[in-house]
Design a protein. Structure first.
Lengths: 83, 395
């Protein structure tokens, strides 16, 4: 289970790197908007990459509670576990 | 941060980005001369960003109908149709829209924005899924949010991407509403409707097509993309607006599904708002006749659209993927976009400026909207000005 979660986190950080401001370290506690400068439109496009990476559906209306990288990893983990 | 602090922060960011001395996103129009010209800042300017595609805002038939309606029925209805009743004009326009599309029924809404809000939130709910194109208009996003359904986006006009996302939904595709637009407002390109209909049929989903920018523009009688593609039977619901080709304000939905009428009883954006004013309805009815019979207007519109698109293309501007009445010049920085917008404005041409995050892919847009009412001289002037600015801004 922990291995799965770490795998999700690792892949997620890779995709976040496509959208975040360059030169900023991406850690689980990073705030997507305030620290990584991922605005609302970038977040929606990041979600499409995540859906393809993990072959899941991530409804954009569940993103309201997502603030950090870890929040997003938790959400992916939850959706994957349920599918 | 307090509620007002948040507004101050946003205002400061906006002021830092925009040029001083002119309110780009609230330009005061001092006097309107015609469907294509007005006075702004004491100068005569050309409208090249309004969506007056057929140039009907001053059509004598529409003006006369609106004047007559005000005189006979007053300035407003002052209430909703559920509480205060439907005027004869509301019902007549609904019948005329249904006849125009050869559909079973139609509903008229107070704005085009509300038409999408009402239809989407009336059709889909908590346990449903809505699949939307990534470049969808804000009214579609807002309608989706209001519905409470799960919202999934697919990459703009990418059919493989759309199908992949449908496939992931499994059995849920049968309670999925797909939403696309006839012509997309940002880049002016069309949805690949034949492919979309084929895919939605194979997954048992429903399809809503927003013809806001394509009504009056595409198809022999101006129905929109659905007519051009010959796919009226493949689309479940068509929405659109009166505020573009019809030159007034309001929205509509047409459908062959019997259940459309139930939207009137379950959809908050229909129930809890005042109905369209008599003058609005009357001018829209007159405009719908002109639109339906407007073959010559459509020819003129497309001549103008192709002319400007090819001129800008030859000049080396990066444009949306296909010619059409919406012609978007794509710029890679907001500063460049503002210089082009300001340059055009200084030459008396008023177009739309769209900055990130509103524009797709982090780009900025300077967007023109062409009208059948634009004259040869006006078209040449705009083309020549773009040529002049190309030398100045991109030297």
């Amino acid at each position: 289970m922990a291995h799965d979660y770490n795998n999700i986190l690792q892949k997620l950080c890779h995709h976040i790197g496509h959208f975040a401001s360059s030169g900023i370290e991406i850690v689980p506690e990073s705030d997507l908007i305030n620290q990584l400068a991922i605005d609302s439109v970038k977040l929606l496009n990041l979600v499409m990459e995540i859906e393809d990476e993990f072959d899941i559906s991530v409804p954009i209306n569940v993103l309201a509670d997502v603030q950090t990288v870890r929040d997003l990893a938790d959400l992916i983990h939850k959706i994957k576990s349920a599918s | 941060m307090s509620l007002l602090d948040k507004l101050d922060t946003g205002a400061a960011a906006r002021k830092a980005l925009l040029p001083e001395g002119i309110d780009v996103f609230g330009t005061p129009i001092e006097e309107v001369y015609s469907s294509t010209e007005a006075r702004v800042g004491g100068r005569r300017i050309l409208f090249f960003g309004t969506n007056n595609y057929l140039g009907l805002t001053f059509a004598p038939e529409c003006l006369q109908a609106a004047h007559k309606a005000i005189d006979s029925e007053g300035t407003g209805t002052t209430g909703s149709r559920m509480a205060n009743g439907s005027y004869s004009g509301h019902r007549a326009l609904e019948k005329e829209f249904a006849d125009f599309y050869h559909c079973r029924s139609s509903i008229v809404f107070t704005t085009g924005y509300q038409a999408n809000l009402a239809m989407i939130s009336g059709l889909a709910g908590t346990n449903d899924v809505i699949l939307i194109d990534g470049d969808s208009h804000a009214s579609i996003y807002d309608g989706c949010r209001l519905s409470g359904a799960e919202i999934i986006r697919f990459r703009h006009n990418d059919m493989a991407d759309m199908e992949k996302r449908l496939r992931r939904l499994g059995e849920r595709t049968r309670s999925t509403l797909i939403i696309v637009e006839g012509i997309y407002s940002m880049l002016g390109d069309r949805a690949p409707l034949a492919d979309i209909v084929k895919i939605k049929n194979s997954y048992g989903s429903m399809l809503l097509l927003d013809e806001a920018h394509s009504l009056g523009v595409l198809g022999q009688t101006g129905q929109g993309l659905v007519e051009e593609a010959g796919l009226i039977d493949g689309v479940d619901f068509i929405t659109g607006t009166f505020s573009k080709s019809l030159g007034s304000i309001g929205g509509y939905c047409v459908s062959n599904h019997l259940q459309l009428d139930q939207i009137r009883y379950v959809s908050r954006p229909y129930i809890f708002t005042a109905s369209p004013s008599p003058a609005t309805i009357a001018s829209t009815r007159a405009a719908l006749k002109l639109l339906r019979d407007g073959t010559e207007l459509r020819k003129k519109l497309w001549r103008n659209a192709r002319k400007l698109y090819s001129r800008l293309d030859e000049l080396g501007y990066l444009l949306g993927p296909e010619p059409g009445p919406v012609i978007a010049t794509i710029l890679h920085s907001p500063q460049q976009a503002m210089m082009l917008w300001k340059g055009l404005f200084d030459y008396g041409i008023y177009v739309n400026l769209i900055l990130p995050p509103a524009a797709p892919e982090g780009n900025s847009l300077v967007r023109c909207s062409v009208s059948a009412a634009h004259t040869e001289e006006q078209m040449d002037y705009v083309g020549n000005t773009f040529a002049e600015l190309r030398k100045k801004i991109f030297k």
